[in-house]
Ligand binder design. Structure first.
Ligand code: NAI
Ligand code: MG
Length: 354
């Protein structure tokens, strides 16, 4: 099995280094993973003037999956748009058609204090948000600003989904639910928007192939409210690009710690890009204090979804839980009475727990 490791910028190299060490430690139970590193984002620009160098794309194409750190930083903010670090990530998503964005929101018992919500509301939460990533109003044409018939300026965008785009994300949701609590809630605004009534009809049709999965539908405004009122009612939530953008950020904050949250972006062949949901954190880069757990948990998702190694993925997740139970905390999740450790020490602890 082959993984392309793209550390990127800021804390990216520090946190991916720990995930790579964890993956290497798995060789003791016979898992042979080959890893090749390549520059992306600002690092790609420094190396070759391009945030996604040709050689990096080649490394990614020859691999089974990508482990991605984070890109960006203030030193790149004045570059023209095509050379900006985030273009490296956007082009990878486009190139590999990574339409299914999986964002788990899991509350670890040891960190339940970190949420802004009441402990009993979030304790035990294990939710998966599945966001469609390559279509919807973000990509629909036409769009722009024009002078209308009344002579007034108006802005407009186009919400659009093809049947095949809805079908593939619906399949991804039902298949993900199969490995979990077997419940899918599809979120739309079918009472107002034609596109999302169509979404609801297609999801309902795809559901016929998944008799073992329970499907419910919810309007997005209610879903936003229910996520705060009683998030534990959900198992898998599936929704379009725009609603998913908003709901997945909302859900991530139920857990209260950006340094803990992994993500996966998959295509139809389960090729995927795996990355922490946070950015390059320039304010703490190079200090050895960043939390590597979101990236280590992203590596666990990589094993689960792209390499089909469910048991090993669960071992990594159990090791993370054990380290938290031992009372180790990086600065972002620091707590009185617990031991604050740096990036590498956290990596060491996870490897020891494995
Ligand atoms: P950020 O997520 O990098 O940082 C937000 C806050 O969270 C900062 O205070 C940071 O120190 C903290 N933080 C983030 N990850 C942490 C970790 N693992 N451990 C401990 N603390 C952590 O978001 P920000 O500051 O808005 O963006 C910084 C740069 O990252 C920008 O250039 C932005 O464009 C880029 N970015 C890149 C993303 C990616 O590569 N997918 C996603 C989001 C932002
Ligand atoms: Mg967002």
């Amino acid at each position: 099995m082959k993984i392309a490791v793209l550390p990127g910028d800021g804390i990216g190299p520090e946190i991916t280094e720990q995930a790579v060490r964890v993956l290497k430690a798995l060789s003791t139970d016979g898992l042979r993973i080959e890893m090749e590193q390549a520059p992306v984002g600002g690092a790609g620009y420094e190396a070759s003037g391009d945030p996604l160098p040709e050689a990096t794309l080649k490394v990614a194409e020859q691999a089974d999956a990508i482990l991605f750190g984070s890109v960006g930083g203030p030193q790149y903010d004045t570059l023209p748009r095509p050379q900006r670090p985030e273009q490296g990530l956007l082009r990878l998503r486009k190139h590999f058609d990574l339409f299914a964005n999986l964002r788990p929101a899991v509350v670890y018992p040891e960190l339940a204090h970190a949420s802004t919500l009441k402990h009993e509301v979030v304790a035990g939460l294990d939710l998966l948000i599945l966001r469609e990533l390559t279509s919807d109003i973000y990509f629909g044409q036409p769009r722009g600003v024009r002078i209308n018939e009344a002579g007034e300026r108006e802005g407009f965008d186009t919400m659009r989904y093809t049947e095949s785009e809805i079908r593939r994300i619906a399949h991804a949701a039902f298949q993900a639910a199969r490995k979990r609590a077997k419940r899918v809630c599809s979120v739309d605004k079918a009472n107002v928007l034609e596109t999302t009534q169509f979404w609801r009809d297609v999801v309902t049709d795809v559901h016929r192939e998944y008799a073992d999965i329970e499907l419910s539908h919810m309007y997005v405004d209610n879903a936003a409210m229910q996520l705060i009122r009683n998030p534990k009612q959900f198992d898998v939530m599936v929704t379009g690009n725009m609603f998913g953008d908003i709901l997945s950020d909302e859900a991530s904050m139920l857990t209260g710690s950006i340094g803990m949250l992994p993500s996966a972006s998959l295509n139809a062949k389960n090729y995927g890009l795996y990355e922490p949901i946070h950015g390059s954190a320039p304010d703490i880069a190079g200090k050895g204090v960043a939390n590597p757990l979101a990236t280590i948990l992203s590596a666990a998702m990589l094993l689960r979804y792209s390499l089909n190694q469910e048991a090993t993925a669960q071992r990594i997740e159990a090791a993370v839980r054990k380290v938290l139970a031992q009372g180790l905390r990086t600065a972002d999740i620091a707590e009185p009475g617990k031991r604050t450790v740096g990036t590498r020490e956290m990596g060491d602890a996870v490897i020891a727990a494995l």
